[in-house]
Design a protein around this ligand. Sequence first.
Ligand code: VG1
Ligand code: CO
Length: 580
Amino acid sequence: FKVSSVETTPFNDQKPGTSGLRKKVKVFKQPKYLENFVQSTFNALGAGKVRGATLVVSGDGRYYSKDAIQIIIKMAAANGVRRVWIGQNGLLSTPAVSAVIRERVGPDGSKANGAFILTASHNPGGPHEDFGIKYNTENGGPAPEGITDKIFENTKTIKEYLIAEGLPDVDISIIGVTSFMGPEGQFDIDVFDSASDYVKLMKSIFDFQSIQKLLTSPKFSFCYDALHGVAGAYAKRIFVEELGANESSLLNCVPKEDFGGGHPDPNLTYAKELVARMGLGKTNSEQEPPEFGAAADGDADRNMILGKRFFVTPSDSVAIIAANSVEAIPYFSGGLKGVARSMPTSAALDVVAKHLNLKFFEVPTGWKFFGNLMDAGRCSVCGEESFGTGSDHIREKDGIWAVLAWLSILAYKNKDNLGEEKLVTVEDIVRQHWATYGRHYYTRYDYENVDAGGAKELMAHLVMLQSSLDEVNKIIKGIHSDMSNVVNADEFEYKDPVDGSISKHQGIRYLFEDGSRLVFRLSGTGSEGATIRLYIEQYENDPAMTGRDSQEALAPLVEVALKLSKMQEFTGRSAPTVIT
Ligand code: VG1
Ligand code: CO
């Protein structure tokens, strides 16, 4: 093939958000739009890191991925990349990409240097929905802000991009290496099995035998919903083929370009079918619900964990995994190096860290901040309230890992118990955890797709209020006179303890004397308008009081949050679009 340089002009909307660039497909399909972003990324990395490199390119299989992969292959070749690795059919979950970068050895002994992940994660897909792209670096994690800022700067000044001419489209459905000759020598395209590296890694972390014993016990029942995302490709291999679950326990496990028209976000609103099967829906299936249920998002880095008629809050999930990991998961048998959570995630993990005397970190929203801590050997388990949980086995959150972690805990708690005795259930484990550590009542209200101007004004209003806590407390007392005082209010700022970098404006916090918190953030993953996230948390350590319904327990605090922020006034919305 030949290398040709194509003239282009900048687009002004290519700023990567919390997790890459996400836009409507029609935006991505504009001529040169994808090309500009990819070239800007190559330029940000610099020729030194691109020439001769091995690059992974794959994603959750959403609409437009196949076209995008062919374009990126040609641009990689033209920019001097030596090899491109593609999961079969262009499918790799986000955690699998991270695993492939860190673990896979190519047929010629090569290792990967980075990856383009093609996904808009939990956003819907299809011709009228979202596409996305993000770059991950050689540690397997999302590019740090230093690089994403540079990419954005480059997109504003880009004048040309490079693309290979005379390089045919490659059939990415067939496993194997195809080689071409370019001006600088050989260029390889290596299509490989999407699951095998990831499956191998999972087998090195968990005790598959004990999980299999649980999954095949007549006392236990299991259900997994991939919401037609890429998790399906892994679920069948791991849960059915390796661990002996029944094929009928898999729901929506065939990956689809449009996720079957659904919203591939594993929460109580969007994972409707699973929620009904687990006995938690408005209308439920008539059969007895399974003991355990879980779901994933489009790119399989998120997880929702459910018990029979029971929802596990993600903030509790990471705390419970941390508290039980050393006993239940072989990978952690030597102890945890530390734990971390994102700022809006509840303090359930903090309490576990204190009890177990573990190093603890609070970082801004988004997985990239955990990576530095892990690379420095300071963090083993971490999580976010947004259904993201993971560990230092890779540098992304990992939906299937979280399910295997929960199955390991269940297997451990029931190890002498698969005979006549009553099963220790998901609900038992959570209630036991609350009895030991206290409970953090928690809920998140999302106002999706509100007017961006109104959202900005709301945030400005909340910042302005922070200058007078007297005023804030006066407002609060006027709503609920017995509510605890706000003793601190600020915008969260993070100084990375490893590289010293500072991230400002990471969410508006109101901290109460009794440990309750209100947090307000604008989403950085949407593709239209603005999304306001309101996080509400209240700690209860009286064991007699930890069993309440969470919406009921939090109602007074919710009311305060809505009035303090003038939510309805600024957004015109009387209710959130999603409550988790
Ligand atoms: C959301 C979540 C955040 C998560 C991010 C990426 O970001 O709040 O916790 O890391 O999505 O998740 P935001 O900025 O919209 O609040 V995913 O599954 O896209 O990879
Ligand atoms: Co995701």
